[in-house]
Design a protein. Structure first.
Lengths: 44, 565
């Protein structure tokens, strides 16, 4: 691959991957809402 | 009015279902082809800008609208839109949110059934030893229903019904069934995609042959990723990038509204929306760009890819390329490729069933199973013509005329019309102040306030441009010349692919006027008949759903009057 394509690919793919992981991590770490919430798996 | 209350099991399950809804066949097939057809590296910058200015705002609007409508017990767009706008006509714009899904699912399930069938063919080694031409002929034969590739009579129909039955069964299990399918399908899709992307990234020049001595996967990657800033002012590239947003994010369909309508108002939509949206982008930009184009360029050369890039590559070329990897790995690669397409497809087609089910459960007190099976029945009715009605061209290939009409009017035009309507409704009728408050209610992230103004001005403006771009596409898609010609008093010549010319069948009529061969004249006349029949069926579907909405509206009014008295 030529250098500019390689750099462009790495920057774009790394940025997209970073935000994908960041937002999903935020979802996993977000504090749970008190019941009743929208989700049934965590119901008592 | 609702008889059974559906709900999501977990937040991760909801996000995976939303991501599965967005991730479809287009992520692996349409995105790289669009990139190739629009200058390779030039395409990615407008694409990402459109994602920020149009994709994410639309995702936020749809998630917020769905949750807002869900508070009043509405789970489909006709009455979600009705709760947001005082004018009666909004609910009929909402009809698009059911119509598009039924129409698209009708032919989408057919493509899905090809992937299912090709998984089987990959396992049994059908493509082993075939050259590229034979693989292409195999696909063509598969589409010709009279000829079987497995010995099963009418196998394309059998696989279509099998696929539709599977979709309907999962839908009959409710949101829990959809969520479970997403929890299995999305991770598997990522694993399969990662394997193939690794092969694409490491193939290099090892696939060069006597027939294609210059073939190199690096050329494919160079073409896709070399930034060419000089072409960034080309309006066609921007229109293509904006158009890709609809296909990739499944916005403008009504499925996102439906999924989020089962959420409670205190739960976040803002973070959920960007999380699901970026998952889709990961699959498209990271995995989607590393499979079809580099692997095809690695064996057939970049020039071949530029000339032949298209949707059909998935079925007509990829099995041949996998066969170059040896008998064992080629079978795994085939199962992974068609398996990932199948999972990408089914998680999207399941989403397409939920707006109809939500509507029938809300308004007509249907049980979940009855709602799912009526959906399956309708898809069978409207979808079978896309399987059974096609034309054989002079060179013996199959022209899927009926299928293509569904794809254009439901899978392209309807999305833009509905997205434009909902953006205007959200930002200007419901009001950006209320809309913004709805979006940030319960939010787990702080959204930059600039998005408020993007949603108010930029997103609707971009949607208007995309709509006008499709409506008034100039001859040869040459916007620069068309605009220049307009200012020099030469008028505006529409392309045969413009929406206006499509309605009048002008392209086929022009071909007909030039044709001299009786066989060709008969072919073109039949084509017009099939085109009009497909449109008639779509129109009858839209009118039928509108009638159901009208009756539901009258029932609601009557119920309200009875309760008041």
């Amino acid at each position: 691959m030529n250098t500019s394509a390689l750099i462009f690919m790495i920057v774009i793919q790394a940025t997209v991957t970073f935000f994908t992981v960041l937002f999903f991590w935020k979802v996993l770490k977000a504090p749970k809402q008190p019941e009743p919430d929208s989700y049934t798996d965590n119901d008592d | 009015m609702k008889t059974e209350q559906d709900s999501w099991g977990s937040r991760v399950g909801l996000i995976l279902a939303m991501a599965g809804n967005a991730v479809g066949l287009g992520n692996f097939l349409r995105f790289p082809v669009q990139a190739v057809q629009n200058g390779g590296g030039t395409f990615i910058i407008p694409y990402l800008v459109c994602f920020l200015l149009m994709g994410i705002p639309l995702l936020w609007m749809e998630w917020s609208m769905g949750r807002f409508g869900g508070k009043s017990g509405n789970h489909s767009t006709p009455f979600i839109l009705d709760t947001m706008g005082k004018r009666r006509f909004w609910k009929y714009f909402g009809v698009f949110g059911i119509f598009t899904n039924i129409a698209v699912a009708s032919y989408y399930c057919y493509i899905e059934s090809w992937t299912l069938s090709y998984v089987l063919h990959s396992v049994v080694g059908t493509f082993s030893g075939m050259d590229q031409g034979q693989v292409a002929v195999f696909f063509n034969t598969y589409l010709k229903l009279g000829k079987s590739t497995t010995g099963i009579p009418f196998e394309a129909v059998v696989f279509y019904i099998l696929c539709l039955g599977l979709n309907t069964y999962i839908l009959s299990r409710g949101l829990k069934g959809v969520e479970r399918a997403a929890k299995i399908g999305v991770p598997l899709l990522l694993v399969f995609g990662a394997f193939l992307a690794f092969r694409g990234l490491t193939l290099g020049t090892s696939g060069a042959s006597i027939a294609h001595p210059d073939a190199s996967a690096w050329d494919g990657l160079n073409f896709l990723w070399t930034p060419q800033l000089g072409s960034i002012w080309n309006i066609n590239v921007w229109l293509a990038a904006a158009g890709q947003m609809f296909f990739t994010l499944s916005v403008g369909m009504g499925t996102i509204h439906c999924y989020s309508s089962y959420m409670k108002s205190k739960d976040d939509v803002a973070l959920n929306a960007v999380s699901a949206g970026f998952m889709n982008e990961f699959v498209e930009v990271v995995l989607g760009s590393l499979i079809v184009i580099p692997i095809a360029a690695g064996y057939l050369g970049l020039d071949w890819v530029k000339e032949n890039a298209g949707f059909g590559m998935a079925f007509q070329t990829m099995p041949y390329l996998f066969d170059q990897w040896g008998p064992v790995i080629s079978r795994f690669a085939g199962v992974f490729w068609f398996g990932l397409l199948f999972f990408a497809g089914i998680t999207s087609s399941l989403a397409m069933g939920t707006p109809w089910m939500g509507f029938m459960q809300d308004e007509y007190n249907f049980k979940r199973k009855a709602a799912a099976w009526t959906f399956g029945g309708m898809i069978l009715f409207f979808g079978l013509p896309t399987v059974l009605i096609y034309q054989i061209t002079v060179d013996g290939t199959v022209d899927q005329v009926f299928f293509n009409q569904y794809d254009y009017w439901a899978g392209t035009v309807s999305l833009v019309v509905f997205a434009l309507a909902e953006a205007v409704l959200f930002s200007w009728v419901f009001g950006i102040k209320k809309g913004w408050a709805e979006l940030i209610s319960g939010s787990d992230i702080k959204i930059p306030v600039i998005f408020k103004y993007i949603m108010l001005y930029i997103t609707p403006l971009m949607l208007i441009i995309v709509f006008l771009g499709a409506l008034l596409k100039p001859e040869g898609n040459d916007w620069a010349q068309a605009i220049s010609g307009l200012f020099h008093g030469q008028g505006w010549s529409l392309d045969h692919d413009s929406m206006i010319k499509m309605i009048t069948n002008s392209g086929i009529k022009e071909e007909l006027s030039l044709a001299t061969d009786p066989g060709q004249i008969k072919f073109l006349k039949n084509k017009i008949t099939i085109v009009n029949a497909a449109r008639g069926l779509l129109a009858s579907m839209f009118i039928g759903i509108s009638l159901l909405v009208y009756i539901a509206y009258r029932r609601r009014n009557k119920l309200g009057e009875e309760q008041a008295s």
